[in-house]
Design a protein around this ligand. Structure first.
Ligand SMILES: [Zn+2]
Length: 220
């Protein structure tokens, strides 16, 4: 008798403790579920994309047009074909060669912002896109560090470029058909003006361009 009373006395607080723990867990789980449920699909997407951000460094280029504003209608993809990011940053900022870009994306996804989208930079040379000449004045130029003939773009470069492009595509309402490679706009120029001289290095490959575009399409 004594024993059973003692047991009951001992088991009652233990039972209460267990019940309290279960109740606490239930409330906690409800809160978590409720928090997730209150996020709209868009907010969930934003949360996902915000988790994946890359380092952004301002690295202005002097090779810009001072007399015109970029009438942004497209995007031109390039690879730098330089051995290191330091070489690329130098080539795209020295005054002598007068070449630039809006952004250079390193293999780890770091973005070097050389100019805002509304600024004209000199990255395309003689070029035609959608029947229009002089792509420098109506496109954004992206340079990927490296040489895609020797090695493909890194996943970080692709993700970082998509992160960079998403707001630009939506702000300027750029159709995907106007996101092309340097070689494509140069070839269009050659077709339009077969007798004019137009030389240039082979740029980002078609295979890498296609791989990039399929990932971009999936993430827009
Ligand atoms: Zn190029």
């Amino acid at each position: 008798m004594d024993n059973s009373v003692r047991n009951t006395k001992k088991s009652l607080p233990a039972l209460a403790q267990t019940l309290f723990s279960v109740a606490l867990m239930a409330v906690f789980s409800f809160c978590i579920l409720h928090t997730n449920a209150t996020l709209s699909p868009q907010e969930n997407t934003v949360a996902k994309t915000q988790r994946k951000t890359f380092k952004v460094v301002k690295y202005p280029t002097p090779n810009i047009a001072h007399d015109k504003v970029n009438d942004v209608k497209g995007v031109i993809l390039h690879h730098t074909a330089e051995p290191t990011i330091q070489h690329s940053l130098r080539v795209l900022t020295v005054g002598k060669r007068k070449v630039g870009a809006h952004v250079v994306i390193d293999t780890d996804g770091t973005r070097y912002i050389m100019a805002e989208a509304h600024v004209v930079t000199f990255h395309a040379g003689p070029s035609v896109l959608a029947e229009r000449n002089g792509c420098n004045y109506f496109t954004v130029g992206i340079e990927f560090q490296g040489n895609t003939i020797e090695a493909p773009l890194t996943q970080e470069q692709i993700d970082s470029a998509i992160e960079y492009l998403r707001p630009i595509i939506s702000r300027y309402k750029i159709p995907l058909s106007n996101i092309v490679t340097h070689e494509m706009v140069r070839n269009a120029y050659k077709q339009k003006y077969p007798h004019r001289r137009c030389s240039g290095k082979v740029d980002i490959t078609q295979a890498e361009y296609k791989r990039f575009m399929s990932q971009l399409r999936a993430k827009l």
